[in-house]
Design a binder for this molecule. Structure first.
Ligand code: ZN
Length: 497
């Protein structure tokens, strides 16, 4: 089954999507107690205290770092940040909330009215952000045959909720929004961005309406999408399901539906609660949040360069293509490494772009090949930025050929040695660049391979490859392949006829 984004767009119905994204925050401790959030590798129910277990009579204390992370996110998403905000109680009777309520924010969130820009089919689309607010995560329950287990380690982890406007018009756009949002959260260091581990989660509100109709259709809420791909697939399925129901004269029921990944369908989970069912009221155990504008200014100044700014800078400052700049931005670690290589390069200002381009070429082809083969990011390899600089210097000085450089890189990647030390150790001689020497070798090869020469003259141009191979063999790989090729072709064409 192909699920391209255009299938639903091409119909006479329009899809309307809004996303609610939850992200755990990378704070050291939980939202209202001092338990550590670093529980991933620990036994269940070992990161707990009376506060996050919801014992009566205890008092929560606001985690300041979590508030700062929300403000940073809000600034990156162009949101307004009011000076006054507060926490509210959301009644919610499920076993994963031991208190019987969740501390969240209802009518006065920490921030509101921002936007995020995504590129869809080459065009910028601005998606409104309704609000970014702070709440606490629930415990984790797992269901088994006849019983359920609960792990309270996750309970009380700071959780950010980012609500978008219903501004997305295709499942593809929703996926792009999600990817862009993740990129920003990872850049500013507030989220690990790991969807597969559930630290970044997404619920979607979807409705459809006949094209041209103003009012929105009845929406359903889709849950359980654990990857960007499942977001797009689930929304494709749900939009098509709703269109089908309407075409057959049916009505859409407002409900929560779960995405079943292995079947590729959504199914009814429960009929949706309205906010009345949550009986929100101001949290009596916490003071209101008063946000100092000076603090907001300070946090704004501390924000790192955001992904879109990096994309533009890589193209303008270093002359990278849009595609190269995209890869280097999406993989922040790779982009950071790229900058270290440029910083460590002792090149004149006028040569900086040439060096950047070379560094980018080597990183995106050979280094990525090695990181994939070894299954580790470049930072965790033994290849230091200085070593890559050293290799690029050797290439610039024509001390090694491109082919030799690749072999040297392979070795430096695992051993951590400097390329010049590898050249020394292996006794690699400088490439033959003396034209006279090369021409003499070429003449010898041509004399010994008359058949290939005849083949070439009869139009079998690939005979050249064989001749180049012979010359490279004679020079033991110390000739530059491109020079050999041009000299060889010149000779073959000169003596022709
Ligand atoms: Zn605790």
């Amino acid at each position: 089954m192909t699920t391209t984004a255009s299938t639903s767009v091409e119909t006479d119905y329009e899809v309307v999507i809004g996303l609610e994204v939850h992200s755990q925050l990378l704070t050291k401790s939980k939202m209202f107690c001092s338990c550590s959030t670093n529980y991933a590798n620990d036994a269940p129910n070992t990161h707990v205290c009376p506060i996050c277990m919801g014992m009566p009579g205890v008092l929560p204390v606001i985690n300041e770092e979590a508030v700062s992370y929300i403000i940073m996110t809000a600034l990156a998403l162009h949101c307004s940040i009011p000076e006054f905000s507060k926490f509210d109680r959301k009644s919610y009777h499920y076993p994963d909330l031991m208190k019987g309520y969740q501390i969240s924010q209802f009518d006065i969130p920490l921030s509101h009215d921002g936007y995020l820009t995504v590129k869809v089919n080459g065009q910028d689309r601005r998606i409104g952000i309704t609000r970014v607010h702070l709440e606490e995560d629930t415990a984790r329950s797992t269901h088994h045959q006849g019983y359920s287990l609960i792990d309270i380690n996750r309970a009380g982890t700071p959780l950010m909720e980012i609500v978008s406007e219903p501004d997305m018009r295709s499942p593809e756009e929703a996926r792009l929004y999600m990817q862009k949002l993740r990129e920003i959260l990872v850049y500013i260091g507030v989220s690990s961005g790991r969807m597969e581990e559930g630290s970044l989660r997404c619920d979607a509100n979807v409705s459809v309406r006949p094209r041209g109709q103003k009012e929105l259709g009845v929406k359903t809420e889709i849950k359980n999408m654990n990857s960007f791909r499942s977001v797009e697939r689930a929304l494709e399925f749900e939009a098509r399901r709703q269109i089908e129901v309407l075409r057959n004269g049916g009505k859409i029921r407002q409900e929560t539906r779960g995405w079943i990944e292995n079947k590729g369908i959504t199914v009814t989970q429960r009929v949706k609660e309205g906010s009345d069912d949550y009986r929100y009221f101001p949290e009596p155990d916490l003071p209101p949040l008063i946000i100092d504008p000076e603090n907001v200014k300070r946090l704004g100044a501390s924000l790192p360069e955001l992904p879109d700014a990096r994309r533009v800078r890589y193209q303008e400052q270093y002359g990278l293509s849009e595609q190269e700049a995209n890869v280097m931005t999406e993989d922040k670690a790779l982009g950071d490494y790229f900058e270290l290589v440029i910083a460590a390069s002792q090149v004149k200002e006028k040569d900086r772009r040439v060096r950047a381009k070379a560094a980018s070429n080597w990183l995106l082809s050979e280094v990525v090949r090695l990181t994939n083969a070894h299954g580790i990011p470049v930072q965790e390899s033994r290849l230091r930025p200085e070593a890559l600089v050293n290799l690029l210097d050797l290439l610039d000085k024509e001390r090694v050929t491109g082919k030799q450089a690749k072999d040297i890189l392979d070795e430096a990647f695992t051993s951590g040695e400097m390329p010049e030390a590898i050249v020394e150790k292996k006794g690699i001689k400088p490439p033959i660049s003396d034209q006279g020497t090369l021409e003499r070798i070429i003449d010898e090869v041509l004399a010994k391979n008359e058949k290939a020469v005849i083949d070439y003259r009869n139009g079998k141009t690939n005979a050249v490859q064989m001749l180049i191979g012979q010359v490279m063999k004679q020079t033991r790989g110390q000739a530059k392949a491109d020079i050999v090729q041009s000299l060889l072709r010149k000779k073959l064409d000169e003596t022709q006829g």
